[in-house]
Write a protein of this length. Structure first.
Length: 317
């Protein structure tokens, strides 16, 4: 779990990027390093494993500044993916606070991805934990090399309801900051629920602080998420997800119902959009938009929305 210091009013959390060899874990960290402002991230470095000093893994520290009055640092760790490096991967899950499961979406990798996902669950179980206990984000990397039907089948087999899902091409920086901001938001929210409200000691004579209102953690996490996107050295990295949200807002003014800022789009009373992937062209006048839709019971379903732009062009004439 995160290292929390009451005296220094700070928290240091760890997010592990997990996946098969070559999935793009290190590429994610390098892209984040390039896009985040220098004063908001440290230097990427190779660290020797405690299990086997001949094995190294990549680490990138980032600073979120003050979150609810607490100085917050997050260490991003890209685990080594080789078959013989399982002990190091397992050791890096010790006291982990969040996981990004980087899925190699290129053709023919389904079984390897599933084996890596199974290993992740088994390694956490060795520490008495499970994926249900942690903030987890699924990132389908190398989306430009993927077979869409195979990915749909893989997503069903992973069976991780409630997890946010993003498509990415990490070599181009696409989807990297969206993934990072979402998993960071979930980690900070979880830490607030567990310990952060009690971190600041009361002033002399002051009443003992109470837990924040239900919306406070969401608002703080939302501001932090936006800050990560805004700190990008190249703001274009966040344009696709913002454009996707705009498309949803403009295209479904009546069917989507109320748009609740900070909690996603509500589709009636029972469904909501859990996450929105990258908006990509699927023709001259079509936009392909992957969505994960959740219900009130915590279940999720994946769907792809194809938006025809021809009607919009006719209306504008």
């Amino acid at each position: 779990m995160a290292k929390v210091s009451r005296e220094a009013a700070e928290v240091n959390a760890r997010i592990v990027y997990w996946g098969v060899e070559g999935a793009g874990k290190t590429t994610n960290l390098r892209a984040a390093f390039t896009k985040l402002r220098p004063d908001h991230r440290g230097q990427m470095r190779d660290v020797a494993s405690r299990v086997d000093p001949t094995v190294t893994y990549e680490v990138l520290p980032i600073s979120l500044g003050d979150v609810a009055g607490i100085r917050t640092q997050i260490e991003l760790v890209a685990v080594p993916g080789g078959p013989e490096q399982g002990p190091t991967r397992k050791q890096l899950l010790d006291q982990v606070d969040g996981v990004v499961f980087v899925i190699d979406a290129s053709t023919g990798k389904t079984e390897e991805n599933l084996a890596s996902f199974a290993e992740l669950g088994e390694a956490l179980a060795a520490y008495g934990r499970s994926l249900a206990d942690l903030p987890v984000v699924l990132q389908y990397n190398k989306r430009d090399l993927a077979d869409g039907y195979a990915l749909d089948d893989l997503h069903r087999k992973i069976e991780l309801p409630g997890a946010a899902v993003f498509e990415a091409v990490a070599t181009e920086g696409t989807g990297v900051l969206q993934t990072l901001s979402t998993v960071s938001k979930h980690v900070i929210r979880a830490l607030r629920d567990q310990s952060l409200p009690q971190l600041r000691p009361p002033a002399a004579g002051a009443a003992v602080p109470v837990a924040p209102a239900p919306g406070a953690a969401m608002n703080t996490a939302g501001r932090m998420e936006q800050a990560i996107l805004d700190e990008a050295a190249t703001p274009e990295a966040a344009d696709a997800s913002r454009e996707a949200a705009t498309l949803l807002d403009r295209s479904w003014p009546e069917a989507a119902g109320e748009i609740e800022r900070g909690t996603g789009a509500r589709l009636g009373r029972s469904l909501s959009i859990v996450s929105v992937g990258e908006a990509t062209r699927s023709g001259d006048r079509r936009v392909r938009l992957p969505l994960v839709v959740g219900d009130n019971e915590g279940g999720t379903s994946t769907l792809v929305l194809h938006i025809e732009l021809e009607a919009l062009l006719e209306d504008s004439g």
